[in-house]
Design a protein around this ligand. Structure first.
Ligand SMILES: [Zn+2]
Ligand SMILES: [Zn+2]
Length: 351
C-alpha cells in the first residue's frame, strides 16, 4: 500500500524549484505506479534550472529513474507489485511516419516523462516519491543491479545509440570530447567496443585521471594542450570517430576538422538555439566524412543492452556518482553539477 500524497520537487522556472506535497497520480489501464528510490540529475535538467533551456512550467523533472512497482493498471501484464524497474522516458505516438519505422526517438508527437520544451507539453517525472509510467516504457532491473546503478540505464542506452551510429571497427581511433558522465560512459563503451585508441579531452584533472582508469589510452586537458596540434602530431590521418559530448560549437568544429578520411562525427550533446557551425565542405566531399546527431536511444533494445552491461559490471557507474542527496537537496544538486563540482548527483526521493 501507499499513501494518498507525496513529496515532489516542482520547478516553476529557472532557479525556482520548490518541494511541495501533492496527490499521488492516478494510473490509467496501461500504466503502473512506481515508487521512486533513485533518480539521476541529467544535464538537460540542469539546463532548465540555470535557464539556458526552457519549457512550459511548472514541471516535475527527472527521467533517469529506478524504483519498484506499487500499483498496476488493469491492462498491464508481465509485471507485479514489488518488481524493480527503470524506465525509458520517451513516450512515442506509435502512429506517425517515424514511429512506423521504429524510429521512436524521432516521433513527430514525442512526449517525454520528466521533460518538456517550449513546444513539447510537460510530463511530470521522477523528482517525486511516485511517478506513473506506461508499461511499454518499463525495463526490469536484473538482480545484480542497485537502484542507483539503475538510474544509469537511460543515459547509457543513449550512449549505446551513439556507438551504433559510429560503427566502430577494431582498428579505429576514437576521440571523445568532454569528460563529464556522458564522456566517461563513452570511454567505457569505447573500451568494450575494442577501439584501438581512445582519446578523451576535458578541463578537469580529476575527471581525466578517472577517464584513464576507465579505459582511455590518452587524455588531453584542453586548458594546457592544443588539441589540433596534438592530434596532427600523433595521428597524422586524423581520428576515425569523434563523439562530441560538450554541446560547445567551437569544440565540435575542431572535432570535425580532426576527422580522418571516412571519419564519423557524432553530435551526442544538444547545442544551444541560434548557433551555426562551420565545416569545410571539401572535407565532406574529398574525405567522405559523415556527420550525424545522436538523439536519445535508437531502439528499445538499447535499454536492455544498457541494463545488462551495467548489471554485469562491464560498465562501471558507481565511480561516476559524486553525490547522493535527499529530495530537498535537489537544488544543491543542480548547482554542484552546473559548477562542475559533481560528475553526477543522484536524488533519493524517499529520504
Ligand atoms: Zn538524461
Ligand atoms: Zn510518432
Amino acid at each position: 500500500m501507499y499513501p494518498d500524497e507525496m513529496k515532489v520537487a516542482l520547478m516553476y522556472g529557472a532557479k525556482d524549484i520548490r518541494i511541495e506535497t501533492v496527490p499521488i497520480p492516478k494510473i490509467e489501464e496501461n500504466e503502473v505506479l512506481v515508487k521512486v528510490e533513485s533518480v539521476g540529475i541529467c544535464a538537460t535538467d540542469v539546463k532548465k534550472y540555470i535557464g539556458v533551456s526552457s519549457c512550459k512550467f511548472p514541471i516535475i523533472l527527472g527521467h533517469e529513474l529506478a524504483g519498484s512497482i506499487v500499483n498496476l493498471g488493469s491492462n498491464v501484464t508481465g509485471y507485479k507489485n514489488g518488481d524493480r524497474v527503470s524506465a525509458n522516458p520517451d513516450m512515442p505516438c506509435f502512429k506517425c511516419k517515424y514511429c512506423r519505422q521504429s524510429k521512436f526517438n524521432l516521433c513527430n508527437n514525442l512526449a517525454v516523462i520528466g521533460y518538456g520544451t517550449e513546444e513539447i507539453e510537460p510530463i511530470n517525472g521522477a523528482f517525486a516519491q511516485y511517478v506513473k509510467i506506461p508499461a511499454w516504457n518499463l525495463i526490469k532491473l536484473e538482480d545484480t543491479i542497485t537502484y542507483d546503478q539503475g538510474t544509469y540505464i537511460e543515459p547509457f542506452a543513449c550512449v549505446i545509440r551513439s556507438f551504433n551510429l559510429a560503427k566502430i571497427s577494431p582498428t579505429d581511433s576514437i576521440l571523445i570530447l568532454g569528460d563529464g558522465r556522458i564522456g566517461l560512459l563513452h570511454t567505457q563503451l569505447g573500451k568494450e567496443s575494442g577501439a584501438d585508441r581512445i582519446i578523451v579531452t576535458g578541463l578537469s584533472k580529476d575527471r581525466l585521471v578517472l577517464a584513464k582508469k576507465l579505459g582511455a589510452h590518452e587524455v588531453i586537458n584542453v586548458q594546457n594542450i592544443d588539441l589540433l596540434k596534438y592530434i596532427k602530431e600523433h595521428i597524422s590521418d586524423g581520428v576515425d570517430v569523434v563523439f562530441d559530448t560538450t554541446g560547445v560549437v567551437s569544440a565540435a568544429e575542431q572535432g570535425v576538422q580532426l576527422l580522418a578520411p571516412h571519419g564519423r562525427f557524432i553530435a551526442f550533446a544538444g547545442f544551444p538555439k541560434g548557433q551555426n557551425m562551420m565545416i569545410n565542405p571539401r572535407d565532406l566531399h574529398y574525405k567522405e566524412i559523415i556527420l550525424t546527431g545522436s538523439f536519445g536511444y535508437g531502439s528499445p533494445m538499447d535499454y536492455y543492452h544498457a541494463g545488462h552491461l551495467i548489471a554485469a559490471k562491464r560498465i562501471k557507474v558507481d565511480e561516476l556518482t559524486s553525490r547522493v542527496r535527499p529530495l530537498n537537496g535537489i537544488e544543491e544538486g543542480f548547482i554542484e553539477i552546473s559548477e562542475l563540482k559533481s560528475i553526477r548527483t543522484i536524488i533519493h526521493p524517499q529520504e
